[in-house]
Design a protein around this ligand. Structure first.
Ligand code: SAM
Length: 276
């Protein structure tokens, strides 16, 4: 096993002061990083896409676990530290400099299955999450997503119907995947500490429900939760056939979006896709 210098030394030697503009909050606790790298299960010999490795804390945990890591990092200042890490684990690490939002991940990973792990700034993390879970093609090339979010966002992703945190993100994450809250991470674990608590969400793809278009489902949840305080018969007015579809399924149009289960949204999308 490679003998690595403490992460704090790496940061000091390469002058990697955390940039607020790039949403940088680093993790230094190697035991915690090993626990995060273990969330997807045994990674030995597996392909991993890591977005935002920064100075490489999570990256070294993934490499120790035997993963073949491709890491996308925007900040050029981090590249020398990541190159050193690559030398300590020959043939296991590929670093790509760039914006993960502008890179085709499937192409980057050579069309082979890969697990995704990432500790990203909130806005980039949510945008990538929505992209990874969207689209008609299913199952996706990724085998799991293990992602750090603000705790409040993590709770929205795993939310069940009936509360104010249940919304589009929950339906998106649960209609053809299983989403779990894997670990809470205290703000003091980060340098510098962010204002709020964090949590890691782990998502694995499940079977694609038959006869359901992702685009139609997204349209339904957008309309329903766009006016979440209104009754469905009002909020879904703009989606042709939706109110009739509710009635044909025995779903009371007087209900509000936050009471509608993921399965009910899926059934409604199927009915609409079949012409109502
Ligand atoms: N993974 C490291 C850790 O856990 O200590 C760093 C985490 S830090 C919260 C987020 C990292 O993502 C930073 O290194 C930042 O430069 C990088 N980053 C921010 N936006 C990015 C983007 N659009 N594409 C790729 N990397 C990005």
């Amino acid at each position: 096993m490679a003998d690595l210098p403490p992460l704090r030394d790496v940061i000091a030697r390469h002058g990697l002061s955390a940039s607020k503009a790039l949403g940088q909050n680093f993790l230094f606790d190697e035991q915690l990083l090993d626990r995060i790298a273990a969330i997807p299960g045994d990674l030995a010999g597996k392909q991993v896409l890591e977005v935002g490795p920064g100075p490489g804390g999570l990256t070294r945990a993934l490499l120790r676990a035997g993963a073949r890591v491709t890491a996308i990092e925007m900040d050029t200042r981090c590249l020398p530290a990541l190159a050193e890490l690559g030398e300590a684990f020959p043939g296991q690490l590929t670093v790509v400099q760039g914006d993960a939002l502008r890179i085709d991940h499937a192409e980057l990973m050579g069309g082979e299955p890969f697990a995704v792990l990432s500790n990203l700034p909130y806005n980039v993390g949510t945008a990538l999450f929505v992209r990874w879970l969207g689209g008609e093609a299913w199952p996706p090339l990724w085998t799991s997503l293990t992602l750090m979010f603000q705790q409040e966002v993590a709770q929205r992703i795993v939310a069940q119907p009936g509360g104010s945190v249940y919304g589009r993100l929950a339906v998106l994450a649960q209609w053809r995947s299983v989403a779990k809250l894997a670990m809470k991470v205290h703000r003091s674990a980060f340098t510098p500490p962010p204002k709020v608590m964090s949590a890691i969400v782990h998502v694995e793809p499940a079977a694609m429900p038959e006869g359901v278009s992702a685009r139609l489902l997204e349209r339904l949840t957008e309309a329903a939760f766009g006016q979440r305080r209104k009754m469905l018969r009002q909020s879904l007015k703009g989606v042709p056939g939706a109110v009739e579809g509710l009635e044909s399924l025995g779903i009371d149009p007087q209900r509000r979006a936050e009471t509608v289960t993921v399965e009910e949204f899926v059934m409604l999308a199927r009915v609409l896709g079949n012409g109502g």
